[in-house]
Design a protein around this ligand. Sequence first.
Ligand code: ATP
Ligand code: MG
Length: 558
Amino acid sequence: MSTEVTKPANFIRHIIEADLKSGKHQSVQTRFPPEPNGFLHVGHAKSICINFGFAQDYNGQCNLRFDDTNPAKEESAYAKAIAEDVKWLGFEWSGEVRHAADYFDKLYAYAEELIQKDLAYVDELTAEEVKAYRGNLTQPGKNSPYRDRSIEENLDLFRRMKAGEFDDGAKILRAKIDMASPNMNMRDPAIYRIKRQHHIRTGDKWCIYPTYDFTHCISDALEGVTHSLCTLEFEDHRPLYDWVLDNITIDCHPQQIEFSRLNLEHTITSKRKLNQLVTDGLVKGWDDPRMPTISGMRRRGFTPFAIRDFVMRTGVTKKVHTVEMSVLENSVREDLGDNAPRAMAVLNPLKVTLTNYPEGKIEELNAPNHPQNEAMGQRTLYMSKTIYIDQDDFRESANKKYKRLVLGKAVRLRNSYVITCDKVIKDNDDNIIELVCTYDEKTLGKNPEDYKPKGVIHWVSETHSKPATVRLYDRLFNIPNPGSAEDFLSTLNPESLIVLSNARVEMSLANAKPEDTFQFEREGYFCADRFEHSSDNLVFNRTVTLRDSWAKIEAQDK
Ligand code: ATP
Ligand code: MG
């Protein structure tokens, strides 16, 4: 197996190394803080690799913390899937899984501390008024008429908010910062709202909930986070992150560092839009192999190594960019090219009868599991009188470029003999239904002396092959940037899934376990479906196509 992802230098690594060198920190503590409101996607994989990866590189720790401050949207099924994804990617969090909700009591106490310091107040402007008072990027905001309440009054009102005396939305607790700040986030941001909502973890204990900005920095500090790594959209929130921690009694002040999000062409990295694909039934669930979710990529056959490798190749910078899908696919190909055993599968079978092959004879032929890696061993192929080749690998007539089987010409069967096509049998509608061929018994592992076969094709024997369903997956969207389309659903690729239900696969694949990956020679990389594949019902998903199957395979068979 591939072992280590490269560790390129980047600005976050520089900061961490400088902090360790100067003694600012003795060790590294990071966290990955997903909101459990959907499945994780490839963008989150980047955040996971960065947070867990840096902790790992410097013998530090990374926490998994669910940012569950928004009770309406969260579901425990998502939390479970997220934890599974993190583990599958190859990371371990430190200690128990944490939840922002675990800190609700402490957060409440810190809010009271801000009130005591006259740094927070209870406002009762309506939501529209709050918005109007806030001003905009060119105009400063105005102070709320409730801004100058006494500390005692604020404390009393906040406690009564907590006790459930007021209606949802009737009052909010705001930090008292600066309504004229050029940074809108500093214009007295809300830190607590009244919301009568059941919370998965705290039940009905609370009817007030802290905002993300107030919760996140304090949760980080309570966990002793040294470097709070997040995406660029939080850059403008950093002054607030620092303001809160500077104004409460807490002895840890993590450094927030922002990096650019991972955007991938031909896909979408927004949980809201992914959710829409699922709820509208446009894909078969969050883990549909076409989805850019971690569980979708897993089901598609992408490996944790390939995903980690891809993410690190895209770099850790502040530059906003969109990565081509081929970069991800290449990481997958490279890993599977090295590690996936080879096998033969005929996706659209065409029957071939070898007239001169003895009736009832079965010959066992050895084939390497990997042409470049002997350690991966060998498998047995079974030669018989009736075999199948792919419909695409035969033409009645063809030009010189067509290096497969042609009527009257010869071709090599991969790991087996050279055959020549003598006759084509058709049905009443002129469809080719069978080929009548002869095999050359002197050509096992040897080239014929007096003629030259045109190319090498794959095959399976009729007696020693199994029926299988093969699902060919392609890009989910037709355009590079579906997220920017007015209606992203109109850019779905109608051919993102083609199901072939008559495929036949070589005998060795009958033992494939769910999630095993293979290179089906000349066809691409495939994996046994994680949920639907079993020994009685073989189901393979195409992970990614082969780049250049031809040149290589021919060289090997000579
Ligand atoms: P979405 O926009 O898909 O809903 P989110 O940012 O709201 O994503 P969170 O659950 O809050 O999702 O994300 C957890 C962490 O993953 C955050 O620190 C966030 O910055 C990071 N993250 C989310 N999307 C990406 C991305 N495309 N690239 C890198 N990191 C990301
Ligand atoms: Mg978020």
